[in-house]
Design a protein around this ligand. Structure first.
Ligand SMILES: *Cc1c(COP(=O)(O)O)cnc(C)c1O
Length: 385
């Protein structure tokens, strides 16, 4: 029997400490006992988002936080610049359309990062556009967009804002919200937060909070005016996902005990081990130039059926990796680096990929990728002592 091993870029494997914290006595959300829980979660979330300002907690999946951003910051008839370089960039455009906002899409070839100059040009050509929607880590392609540069471009004019989908970015890449001038950043619990799905976060700069208060869209459940009012007092507008928030506190303790810089370095290391290992066995990366540290997207080699490879990893080796989405389905597979996976787990998934490829008749130098990953980890481990 093999252990169940989850290597998807959400949901992620949840550490035992967090699972235990969620199994504790269920507190009533309007009882005084819940206040310190909310208080701790809010304070610690700000540290990971690297902001002094409000990070709202919502009971939705990550998409709910994206929708909340669009519903609370736009008005019907607005124009917004959208970086569309994958499935989640498409989602920003679709959300804009759903709220009567015209998206001006910058189409980026999947696997690539947007060129900052393209965003600058889009703002220049569409002076009525005051919002930029972008992913930090575009999980569907494994690419990272240059958020620091994009925030600087958005901030060239004080009436513009940048909204970052940091669902697989926060707690993975260094995204100092306040220092870089990011106005809104969202995330979701089943990514770097070591939790099951069901919670989402929306961090708002003071400028974004003002915009929310003057918002012009119809909205109800995701009306952030209600949440800003309630969460300031460690309450929530509606019934919160109490058990997930208890788990969030424990997860945030783990993150802050390890230290945010170390957590970010860990994701970078696992991603690097995976990239080098795949290259060592002759596989190509889907996003080699600006890779995300949340997951590594690898091209399925010629002659191998991608769906079969993923299924074989599951049935023979009890390892779950993710397929590509839409146009990349069957052409790539994605190995996650978030959640309860460490360097030795990553060596395990690399070994399984090598074996699975060999099982499917692909000529692979068994152990070559593992060796590469071992060398990188050994050097990093020696350096951190
Ligand atoms: C996972 C993910 C989403 C979608 O979140 P859901 O929780 O599935 O709604 C959106 N954007 C990015 C970058 C993601 O990684």
């Amino acid at each position: 029997m093999l252990k169940y091993r989850l290597f998807t870029p959400g949901p992620v494997a949840v550490p035992e400490r967090v699972r235990r914290a969620m199994a504790g006595t269920l507190l009533h959300h309007r009882s005084p006992d819940f206040i310190p829980v909310m208080d701790e979660a809010r304070k610690s979330l700000r540290k990971v988002f690297q902001t002094e300002h409000e990070v709202l907690i919502l009971a939705t999946s990550g998409t709910g936080a994206m929708e909340a951003a669009v519903a609370n910051l736009t008005a019907p008839g607005d124009t917004a610049i959208v970086v569309r370089g994958g499935k989640f960039g498409e989602r920003w455009a679709e959300l804009c359309e759903a709220y009567g906002v015209t998206p001006v899409c910058i189409d980026v070839e999947w696997g690539h990062a947007v060129e900052p100059a393209a965003v600058k040009a889009a703002f220049a050509a569409n002076p009525q556009a005051k919002l930029l929607f972008v992913q930090a880590s575009e999980t569907s392609t494994g690419a990272y967009h240059p958020i620091r540069e994009l925030a600087a471009i958005a901030n060239e004019s004080p009436d513009r804002m940048i909204v970052v989908d940091g669902i697989s970015g926060v707690g993975v890449h260094d995204l100092p919200m306040d220092a870089w001038g990011i106005d809104v950043m969202v995330s979701g619990s089943q990514k770097s937060w070591n939790l099951p799905p069901g919670l989402a976060f929306v961090a708002l700069s003071p400028k974004a909070q003002e915009r929310v208060k003057g918002g012009k869209q119809s909205r109800y459940y995701l009306d952030l005016r209600q949440e800003l009012k309630a969460q300031k007092d460690n309450s929530t507008a509606w019934t919160p996902a109490v058990s997930l928030i208890a788990g969030l506190c424990e997860s945030l303790r783990m993150i802050l005990d390890e230290g945010l810089p170390a957590v970010l370095a860990r994701h970078a290391l696992l991603a690097k081990m995976t990239r080098h290992a795949m290259n060592a066995i002759g596989l190509e990366l889907y996003a080699p130039v600006s890779p995300s540290f949340a997951c590594t997207a690898i091209k399925v080699p010629a002659g191998v059926d991608g769906k079969k490879l993923i299924k074989h990893l599951q049935t023979r080796y009890s390892i779950t990796v993710a397929d590509g989405q839409s146009q990349a389905a069957g052409k790539i597979f994605r190995v996650g680096h978030m959640g309860d996976v460490d360097a030795l787990d990553t060596i395990t998934v690399i070994a399984a990929i090598e074996m699975a490829l060999a099982d499917l008749g692909h000529s692979v130098p068994l152990g070559k990728g593992v060796q590469e990953a071992m060398e990188i980890f050994r050097t990093a481990a020696a350096g951190s002592k």
